[in-house]
Design a protein around this ligand. Sequence first.
Ligand code: ADP
Ligand code: MG
Length: 206
Amino acid sequence: MTVTTFSELELDENLLEALQDKGFTRPTAIQAAAIPPALDGRDILGSAPTGTGKTAAFALPVISKMLAAPKARAPKKVRALVLAPTRELAAQIDENIRAYCAQTELNTVLIFGGVNIRPQTEALLKGCDFLIATPGRLLDHAGQLNVDLSEVEFLILDEADRMLDMGFIHDIRRIVKLLPAKRQTLMFSATFSTEIRELADSYLNN
Ligand code: ADP
Ligand code: MG
C-alpha cells in the first residue's frame, strides 16, 4: 500500500490536528516508510537526505505510542531519549516535538553543554516524556544522578553519522549501558557507512 495521507497512518487524532496546524498535508517518503513499522514497535534504521522530515518520522510514532499507553510522570524518569550531535539540532528537535505535542499533556526537556547546568537539573528532576540531549552533557547529568534512564522506552539516535564523525561513539555506548535492554530503538542518518551499519547491528534487534 502506498501511503499518501497522514490519516492513513494510524496516528493519534491529536497529532493529525497538530500536523494540519503546521500545514503538513502528506507524509514524506521517509515518514511513509518509517511510521508504520515504528508504530508496530519495530526498531528502525532510517536514511534519507537532509530536509526530508526525519524528525517527524521518529517523533510522530513515538508520540502516538506514548499517548496509547499513558504513564504518570515520575521524578528523574524519561520515556523517550533523543540524542543529537549539536545544541542547534537538539533545540530544533525539541521545538518540533513541542509543536506536535501541543494538544497533549506530553512534555519535553532539552539539555546541551556550554550553559549553566542547574536549570537543566531542575527540569530533569520533574521527569519528562521526551529528553532531547547532546551526549556529553547528558553523561554529566547521569554522573550527578540528575536523571534516571532505567525506564527509557524509546531511544532515538538522530544524525547518527554526524555523532560518529564528531567522536561521540564512546559517549553513546556509555549512555546505552544506562538504558534497559528492552526498548525500541530508532536510528537516523543522512548517510550509510560501515560504522553506521555496525552501530545499527549492535543496537537494533527487531
Ligand atoms: P531532516 O531531519 O530530514 O533534515 P526535518 O525533520 O528537519 O528534516 O524537516 C525539514 C523541514 O520539513 C522542517 O521544516 C519540517 O517542519 C518540514 N516537514 C517535515 N515533514 C513534512 C511534511 N510531511 N510536510 C511538509 N513539511 C514537512
Ligand atoms: Mg534531522
